[in-house]
Design a protein around this ligand. Structure first.
Ligand SMILES: Nc1nc2c(c(=O)[nH]1)N[C@H]1C(S)=C(S)[C@@H](COP(=O)(O)O)O[C@H]1N2
Ligand SMILES: [Mo]
Length: 302
């Protein structure tokens, strides 16, 4: 596809966001829905986005990150993550699964249908973004590797390699970073494995080459640079819960009514905005996911 641009702009000065919006306009002109042509195939009713949910700039999404393996400052991952080598990459499929195996990432990804998902992202630190991910439903991968009937949870483990991840030489967190989901959360059609953003491969600082994204939960649930996916009978440990169990639970559903012990979760600052806005129950995805928690006390299960 040819993208016209004024001749005085060097292609190196065109940002991924401009390319992305040109492509969306092109798709819209062709009669496709601008938000991504592949969305309807799952039959999931994705929430309509309001004007308030314009994607955050590529610059902010890639320069305001939490990825402690590359430092604890928000701009550290962008400055330091060049040492990560996202290819070649091996993913171990382990635990309660028909055929435990190590896969070359590209073999694992080949049958997956990557599509665009524009999701709200809410960090537990009370800031938020809107991120146009490229990815595929985690359920597609799970169906392919066939967990056994004993599998009730899934655990995700980030790479441990202090050569590639210099922040792991410091004991700010127990390494490697681990996270987990209940099986029904992992199989939910909103849960994706992100492999790109703004129509481009995932930058290292955003968790290349694969990052699990669960849009109704606080961002810390979304482990980055995953090397192992393990199916388990018991609830897996999750890093922030191990570090501070009274502050970070296993569920971590976005909930404006349950405050963090040290700050309110009622409001959030959308990066790029000046005023704070109210935080939405389940980050605005309640219609899709509230039924997963029917009958659970969400104050106890935070
Ligand atoms: N391995 C690893 N995964 C991680 C983190 C981390 O420090 N290490 N930070 C988490 C937190 S707190 C957030 S908010 C998101 C940020 O993801 P993003 O930079 O792609 O927006 O990654 C999550 N996944
Ligand atoms: Mo976060």
């Amino acid at each position: 596809m040819l993208i016209r641009r004024p001749p005085d702009i060097k292609s190196s000065e065109i940002t991924p966001a401009e390319l992305y919006f040109n492509r969306r306009r092109f798709l819209a002109a062709m009669g496709f829905a601008a938000a991504g042509v592949a969305l309807p195939r799952l039959g999931v009713a994705l929430p309509a986005r309001s004007g308030d949910d314009e994607p955050t700039s590529y610059e902010a999404i890639t320069h305001y990150n939490n990825f402690y393996e590359f430092g604890t400052g928000k701009e550290d991952p962008a400055a330091n993550a060049h040492t990560l080598r996202p290819r070649p990459w091996t993913v171990e499929i382990a635990g309660e699964v028909a055929r435990p195996a190590r896969y070359d990432l590209d073999d694992l990804l080949r049958p997956m249908r990557v599509e665009e998902r524009v999701y709200r992202h809410r960090c537990v630190e009370a800031w938020s973004m809107v991120i146009p991910w490229m990815g595929f439903p985690l359920a597609d991968l799970i169906n392919r590797v066939q967990p056994t009937s004993r599998a009730r949870y899934v655990e995700f483990t980030t790479l441990f390699d202090p050569e590639q991840m210099p922040g792991q030489r410091r004991g700010v967190l127990p390494w490697p970073y681990v996270e987990g989901l209940r099986m029904d959360e992992a199989m939910h059609p909103l849960t994706i494995i992100a492999t790109g953003l703004y129509g481009r491969p995932l930058p290292n600082q955003n968790g290349a080459p694969l990052h699990v994204v669960i849009p109704w939960k606080y961002g810390f649930k979304g482990a980055k640079s995953i090397v192992r996916i393990r199916f388990m009978e018991r609830q897996p440990a999750n890093t922030w819960n191990v570090v501070a169990p009274n502050e970070y639970g296993f569920y971590a559903n976005v909930n404006p009514e349950v405050d963090h012990p040290r700050w309110s979760q009622a409001r959030e600052r959308r990066i790029g905005d000046f005023f704070r806005r109210p935080t939405l129950m389940f980050n605005g995805y309640a219609d899709q996911v509230a039924s997963l928690y029917a009958g659970m006390d969400l104050r106890r299960n935070y």
